[in-house]
Design a protein around this ligand. Structure first.
Ligand SMILES: Cc1cc2nc3c(=O)[nH]c(=O)nc-3n(C[C@H](O)[C@H](O)[C@H](O)COP(=O)(O)O)c2cc1C
Length: 182
């Protein structure tokens, strides 16, 4: 767990998880804590046959958002859709009228997302979640089948790390852990 780091898509190559490994990853994510077992999240898998279409959608969104986008910008947007063996969308679907408060549903979704990245690392793969401005784009959301009440939280890229990302900066534990002093 201490060695997990996000691995950028440009550092992720083949192979990615097999279908059986992806299934195991999902099973691992299903063991994340989830108040009321509401599953306030879902994953969308973009199989190989869909990637060119996904790249078109990413390109269209980039052109809408940045009309003066350079060729390099467009290539980068398309590459995000195509360059890693596995590409998933992580979608959060909180239920407003549930007994479980919405912030707790968000915590459960976040726990699931963290568990996905950690589980991928545990079986030898690199992974990263990236949102970017495109997750807000209504046309892209609709093309991906994201319902109005759902949040497209980001895209999870998974593959084999072909180079190491820089080490994470050290964080002093005291920033997150304190003693209660009554
Ligand atoms: C939901 C979510 C979306 C993110 N989107 C972006 C993003 O669009 N761009 C980015 O540079 N980092 C993004 N990050 C952060 C990276 O995925 C990564 O966590 C961060 O660079 C820290 O690296 P580490 O996980 O190795 O500590 C996002 C993280 C989360 C949880």
């Amino acid at each position: 767990m201490l060695s997990r780091r996000s691995v950028s898509p440009r550092r992720l190559g083949s192979p990615g998880p097999s279908a059986a490994q992806l299934g195991s990853l999902v099973d691992a994510v299903l063991r994340a804590p989830d108040h009321g077992r509401m599953l306030p999240w879902r994953l969308v898998d973009f199989g190989d046959a869909t990637r060119a279409r996904l790249a078109d959608l990413f390109e269209d969104e980039k052109r809408r958002r940045t009309p003066d986008a350079t060729t390099q910008d467009i290539e980068r947007a398309r590459a995000h859709a195509t360059q890693t063996p596995t590409m998933l969308a992580f979608v959060v679907r909180p239920e407003a009228d549930a007994v479980v408060p919405v912030p707790e549903q968000w915590l459960a979704a976040g726990a699931a997302l963290g568990q996905l990245l950690m589980a991928a690392h545990a079986i030898g793969f690199g992974a990263i979640v990236l949102s970017g401005d495109r997750v807000q784009d209504q046309t892209l959301r609709e093309a991906l089948g994201i319902a109005p009440a759902e949040v497209l939280a980001g895209f999870v890229s998974i593959g084999t790390a072909i180079s190491s990302p820089p080490p994470p900066p050290p964080v002093d534990r005291s920033r997150v852990l304190s003693d209660w002093k009554p």
